[in-house]
Each structure stands twice: as C-alpha cells, then as structure tokens.
Design a protein around this ligand. Structure first.
Ligand SMILES: Nc1ncnc2c1ncn2[C@@H]1O[C@H](COP(=O)(O)OP(=O)(O)OP(=O)(O)O)[C@@H](O)[C@H]1O
Ligand SMILES: [Mg+2]
Length: 355
C-alpha cells in the first residue's frame, strides 16, 4: 500500500531532464520546485513500519540531494554581468551582439549560473510573447548545447540541430547543417544560446580553430546572444582564438566576449568567512535530518572548508554523502564524526593531502 512518502516520491522523485533537447530544456525551465515533504515527529518516526521508513528515507535522499540553487555572491555577480551583456540583445537583428564567457575551474557552479539565468529568460520570453511565433513556429527562447570531447565543426552543428529535434541532424553536409541550424534559431526566435563545456575544443589546434571561427560565423548570422561556458578558457586561449603574441590582438573574440569569472569561496577574510557560513546555514535549513540543530554545519565551517577548498560542487558532494551516512547510521545529524567518515571527491581529497 502506498503511504504519504510514496505519494510524495511519485511526483517529486529524481528528475532526469535532458537539457540538450528542446523538450528536456522546456521541462527543466517550466518545472515547479519540489513540494516540501510531510513533516514527521520523533514519535511518528519511531512508529514507522519498515516500508514507511524505506519510503521516508528515499524521499529524504531525493530532497537532501536537490537543494534549490542558492543565491550566492558568485551567482548574483554572474547574473549581473549576464544582464549587462544581454543589453546588446536589444540591438536590431543586423547588428552584432556581445557574448558572455563563464570561465572558471571545475565544479564552481558555472553551468548552474548559465542554466538558472537562461531559465528565467525562457519563462519571461514565453510569458511575454507566447508559445508560438508570429509565423506559427514553436517559440524556443533558449538553446542549450553541451559539447563533448573531440567536437568537430560538423559535430557542433549536429548538436545544435539535435537540440531542435531537426530530422536533418545526421544526414546533411557540414555547410547545409550550418544553414539549417541558422534557420532553426531564426524561426524559433531563439535569443539566448548556451554552449556548455567549451573546454572540449582545443583552440590551439587547427580543428579547434575551425570550431572557434565557425562559432564566430554563427554569432554573426544568428540574432541571439551566446553564453559560452567552460573550464580555464582563458588559459586555453579561447579569447585569443589560439593566436599568440601580437597576432592575439587581432582576435575578435577578445573584443566581443565578456568574461564572467566564478571564484571559489574563501575563509581568509572576514567577509569571505561570513559568506561561507551564510551558505552553510542555507544548506542546513534545507536538509532534513531528525536531530539537526541550528549551527550544525556552521560550527564545522573551517573543517568543511578544509575538506572542500570552498568549491561548491565538492560541498554538495560532501553534504550528499554526509546526509546518507547520518540517516543510515541513525545519528540523524552531521557532526565531526560523520564528516570524518565521509570521503569527498578525488580533487578535494587530493588537495587536502597535498602539502
Ligand atoms: N548556487 C548554487 N546553489 C546550490 N548548489 C549549487 C550552486 N551552484 C552549484 N551548485 C552545485 O554544485 C555542483 C556543481 O555545479 P555546476 O555543475 O553548475 O558546476 P560547473 O562549474 O558547471 O562544473 P563543471 O566544471 O564540472 O562543468 C552541482 O551539484 C550544483 O548543483
Ligand atoms: Mg558545467
């Protein structure tokens, strides 16, 4: 028999949005936040049947692992720079728009900033202008295009077309693919295009330069603003288009693109420590553990920082595991012992042990 947690899970379980397709993007952008779990008292918890306990713990695993995107200083700053870049999206279609580049080390929340910003944009555009364009096409305000390793010019065009579910994605020639992609963007009135994981392009290599030139060409032809997202793009010479020395000053990307840096948290300054504790307090509010006490994470702020180096991705990994452990061990809180027992991701682990 289904209990109230089974019911909760039925409509709030893990959501596997495939953002690389218009349907998946739409579902993500239109998804409502999860309903809060029904509250449970300590005595109710003790009286749970085995099945209720199983469903309650599974529901909590889903809830705890999916905190809403927190309004961190990094996210707010990212949104503000993106707003400024979007100012050029008001230019008429024949004028070139600027682009933004979210460029930082791994797992600092780059994709989160891009997708949350684009989700707001998607909702605003559909509310204002409706689901269909004036010509009767589906309006798709945002396209999300994640790249993978060894991406080629043809592969890039195919990825754009598969986002739109275009049947020609796997058949046409490279130049035909490009013009089909431009058609899709124009007819669906896409205004914001996110190219994620751009670090898979090697800008110093000829094939990478082809992709980079092609992106410039697309930006000229598509009346949309581009947000490029990737790891260490500056070091990978994305802005210089792979050029060195004096030649680098001719790189157009450098003039057209605005860099959005995303920094890890720091605890070496007063304001930095306050921001870190504030973030931990917000995670603490979200987590569902029966013996959770106010200050549970904030009290461990320094240790959690040591374990994660202020990297929000490592933090969410650590908290996911600590919660699972807290639930399975019956301690129902995150204390020093639980933190000790949890291993974090490899990068965070290696940094702890390196001198
Ligand atoms: N503002 C935020 N609030 C809550 N969680 C966040 C926030 N930003 C990032 N995270 C979490 O941190 C993890 C890493 O975030 P994200 O995938 O956005 O980082 P990334 O910089 O794109 O990583 P990668 O370099 O691997 O592409 C995710 O689990 C995400 O949910
Ligand atoms: Mg990412």
């Amino acid at each position: 028999m289904t209990n109230r947690f089974g019911h909760w899970l039925a409509s709030n379980n893990i959501r596997n949005f495939n953002l690389a397709t218009k349907g998946g993007w739409h579902a993500f952008a239109e998804s409502a936040p999860r309903q809060p779990l029904p509250p449970v008292s300590a005595s109710e918890f003790r009286a749970f049947t085995e099945e209720e306990l199983e469903d309650y713990n599974d529901s909590r695993a889903v809830w705890n692992a999916n905190p809403p995107a927190m309004k961190t200083a990094q996210l707010v700053r990212g949104f503000s720079i993106l707003d400024q870049v979007m100012a050029s999206s008001y230019r008429d279609g024949d004028r070139l728009r600027g682009s933004a580049v979210i460029d930082a080390a791994p797992a600092l929340g780059k994709t989160t900033i891009a997708t949350r910003y684009a989700r707001d944009f998607h909702r605003r555009a559909l509310r204002r202008s409706g689901l269909k364009t004036e010509e009767g096409h589906q309006r798709i305000p945002v396209a999300f295009v994640p790249l993978d390793s060894g991406v080629t010019l043809k592969g890039l065009n195919q990825k754009i077309l598969s986002f739109y579910g275009h049947p020609g994605a796997h058949r046409a020639t490279t130049s035909r693919l490009a013009s089909l992609a431009v058609d899709c963007v124009r007819s669906c009135q896409t205004k914001l295009i996110i190219i994620d994981d751009l670090h898979f392009v090697d800008f110093k290599h000829r094939r990478g330069q082809e992709v980079s030139n092609h992106l410039k060409g697309l930006a000229n032809e598509m009346p949309a603003t581009f947000i490029y997202v990737g790891v260490q793009l500056k070091a990978k010479k994305f802005f210089d288009e792979g050029l060195y020395g004096e030649d680098a000053s001719f790189a157009q990307t450098s003039r057209r693109a605005t860099r959005v840096p995303v920094d890890p948290f720091t605890v070496s300054t007063g304001p930095g420590m306050r921001a870190w504790c504030d973030l931990l307090a917000r995670f603490e509010d979200h987590l569902l553990l029966l013996n959770k006490e106010r200050g549970m994470l904030v009290e461990q702020a320094k240790e959690i920082f040591r374990r994660t180096q202020g990297n929000i991705g490592s933090l969410t990994n650590l908290l996911d595991r600590a919660c699972q452990f807290a639930i399975r061990s019956g301690r129902e809180t995150i204390d020093a012992e639980i933190l000790n027992a949890v291993t974090v991701d490899n990068a965070a682990e290696t940094s702890i042990f390196s001198p």
